[in-house]
Design a protein around this ligand. Structure first.
Ligand SMILES: [Cu+2]
Length: 290
């Protein structure tokens, strides 16, 4: 990362203050008309202009919009992006298949992350995570290559639940609790029969593919609604709870010590990110940065 002067950072801010992570391969679920209808015009605009943005940013936009339908938007599942907008973008996998994933992270925010199959009807994780990181995209280090490029292996026991397009997604979930930013990106897929040729899926025992109930405590510290917090826990694993910084909310708005464009943007995002504390933090911005 190159360092920039504050002036240069500010000059670039208008176009570059944006979200910071998304799946790039396989082809991820994207915003569209169905999302617009459910989540409202402004939330759609927010994501259509920058699909790397975080859920809290969407909620901030949504909070003032009468056409935001919380239930229909289901914003903690794939950021409210809809299968109906992505019917031509469904991956067909087979049990046992190894699928390479790539994630693009435009700026780090120390957090936790995981990659799991999520049952869309209930926003619950099926089975165990493909990947789970206790420390993800740390600001303190170069992002390890295996956090942005990794393989997953399609389980053999989800065919009965994920044989119909739209029923399941593979969701990448990144929660930077210290700055209250959660990123999600989804891949629509179906699982056909295994390579063995026998169509044993439906008759095989479903025990290991039982939908895991969402019991993990929500780690999204400043979730703006209880409902949102509850659903956000779908992929908030116990490891993520353990790894979440205890209470960094107060210190998170201090200016970054290493003043790069990325850290400045992150700082400015979190400074402006919470409407409840915006006024106080804005004063700090003026006092310290301008
Ligand atoms: Cu960010």
């Amino acid at each position: 990362m190159k360092s920039y002067s504050a002036a240069a950072a500010l000059a670039g801010l208008i176009s570059t203050v944006a979200g910071h992570g998304f799946i790039t391969s396989p082809k991820p679920r994207m915003p569209g008309d169905a999302m617009k209808s459910a989540c409202g015009q402004q939330v759609y605009n927010n994501q259509a202009s920058d699909n790397y943005g975080n859920v809290q940013g969407e909620l901030q936009v949504a909070s003032s919009q009468s056409d935001y339908d919380e239930a229909a938007c289901d914003i903690w599942l794939c950021k409210g992006y809809k299968f109906d907008d992505n019917k031509d973008n469904v991956q067909t996998f087979t049990a046992g298949e190894t699928v390479p994933f790539t994630v693009d992270i435009r700026a780090p925010h120390t957090g936790v992350a995981n990659v799991s199959v999520v049952k869309t009807s209930s926003n619950t994780v099926i089975g165990s995570a493909f990947q789970s990181w206790d420390v993800y995209a740390s600001n303190a280090a170069t992002i390890p290559a295996n956090q942005t490029s990794f393989d997953i292996t399609i389980p053999s026991d989800i065919g009965s639940e994920c044989s119909t397009a739209g029923d399941c997604v593979i969701q990448w979930y990144w929660n930077a609790a210290s700055i209250d930013q959660t990123y999600e990106s989804c891949v629509d897929f179906t699982v056909g029969g295994s390579g063995s040729g026998s169509d044993g899926g439906p008759s095989s025992t479903p025990s290991s593919s039982a939908v895991a109930t969402s019991t993990a405590a929500a780690t999204s510290a400043a979730a703006t609604s209880a409902a949102a917090a509850a659903t956000s826990s779908a992929q908030a694993t116990s490891t993520s709870a353990a790894a979440a910084p205890s209470s960094t909310g107060g210190s998170s708005s201090t200016l970054p010590e290493e003043f790069t464009l990325d850290t400045f943007i992150s700082w400015l995002e979190q400074t402006a990110g919470s409407s409840s504390s915006k006024k106080a933090r804005r004063a700090r911005v003026h006092a310290r940065a301008f």
